[in-house]
Design a binder for this molecule. Structure first.
Ligand code: NAD
Ligand code: AKB
Length: 323
């Protein structure tokens, strides 16, 4: 059986996507690649893993040959906030990692490649409400610039070389297993830890900053659905809009207060506010729905309840009425 290589497997999305892939395709058929951040014990014990810096072309190729890889999922990236602190590192990791992924796939004639894009491809000149699939892409962050370039390169490799690259513009992903790696939507994860621990959160975005979001089970579902979609039905390839919900910090805090009534939130916006202000408030994902049947399962209310249950269990701090 041919195998999937997941690069960046120890990150926020990788740490939950990889167990789901192993469950579906078998532990031995999903090879995990970590770089500096080591893999959690349970992932390392369950199946094959390797160390790989995505920029190391020779080692990348060697691993694909050694493990008979047919599909690469490249999750290695520097996200929006960290990217603004070190733009050249973001360019180097995101662009050279992507080119390596596409070149390895082309040279070794692999079946498929998946590299996520982001709502960061949009900028202040894009319509911000119900942002269309095919629209203006003029981001103002280095992260966004790398994601637009990634989408264009993915589409180029598909038409020029027949590399079956797929990708979607994830919104902010909310999850309970691994903390996010340095983005602008990270507040929507941090808030749950602080609400359960301290009943207080100091938010780095303004109260009314509306952003598109998705709970991790929907992110995993969308990723597997797009990977398995019939290529002949796809009109888009590396740049699908997807979404599940949109909310502001104030609306999320109100939802949390249904379970923790004395939860307090204060707002002290920092440099991430300008990034958030350049991104859409809501997304039109009708192309994903039409081309590969996308439909989310989680809205704000359902996500909030499940996050509070998971974080209270993780921190071993009961939330009355939930645990
Ligand atoms: P993350 O920062 O949590 O994880 C990324 C992983 O990549 C980390 O484990 C890091 O060690 C690894 N990495 C960094 N540089 C590397 C290198 N040179 N070689 C190999 N590995 C390296 O990120 P994530 O949230 O899991 O994001 C995964 C993908 O999804 C990224 O492409 C990101 O842009 C995209 N995305 C994420 C979100 C989100 O909200 N999490 C939203 C939109 C898009
Ligand atoms: C970030 O905030 O940088 C990410 C993203 C939306 O791409 N979560």
């Amino acid at each position: 059986m041919k195998k999937i290589l997941v690069i960046g497997a120890a990150g926020q999305i990788g740490s939950e996507l990889t167990p789901a892939l192993r469950e579906k395709y078998g532990n031995e058929n999903v090879v995990l690649a970590y770089n500096r951040t080591p893999l959690p014990d349970d992932l390392a014990k369950a199946g094959p893993y390797v160390q790989l810096d995505v920029r190391n072309t020779d080692k990348f190729k060697e691993i694909c040959r050694e493990y008979n890889i047919s599909t690469i999922i490249n999750l290695a990236a520097i996200l929006s906030a960290k990217g603004e602190q070190d733009p050249l590192k973001a360019w180097d990791t995101n662009i050279n990692g992507l080119i390596n992924t596409l070149e390895v796939a082309r040279e070794l004639k692999l079946e498929k490649v998946f590299v996520p894009s982001s709502i960061a491809v949009f900028g202040p000149t894009t319509p911000r409400v119900n942002t269309p699939q095919d629209t203006i892409l003029q981001p103002t962050t280095m992260y966004g610039i790398t994601k637009v370039s990634g989408e264009l390169l993915g589409n180029y490799y598909f038409t020029k070389f027949g590399v079956d690259m797929r990708g979607m513009r994830y919104p902010g992903i909310i999850s309970s297993v691994t903390l996010p790696g340095g983005g602008t939507t990270d507040y929507a994860v941090e808030i749950f830890y602080e609400a359960v621990k301290n009943k207080y959160y100091n938010c780095f975005l303004k109260s009314d900053t509306r952003l598109p979001m998705m709970f991790m089970p929907d992110c995993i579902k969308a990723t597997i659905m797009l990977m398995e979609a019939d290529v002949t039905k796809l009109k888009h390839h590396s740049d699908f809009n997807v979404t599940a919900m949109s909310f502001t910090p104030e609306e999320l805090a109100a939802e949390i207060r249904k379970y923790i009534p004395d939860f307090k939130i204060e707002y002290n916006p920092d440099f991430r506010q300008a990034i958030a202000d350049s991104w859409p408030q809501s997304i039109d994902d009708s192309c994903a729905r039409e081309e590969w049947g996308w439909q989310p399962d989680y809205d704000l209310a359902r996500m909030t309840k499940e996050m509070l249950i998971a974080i209270s269990k993780k921190l071993q701090i009961p939330v009355p009425g939930l645990t």
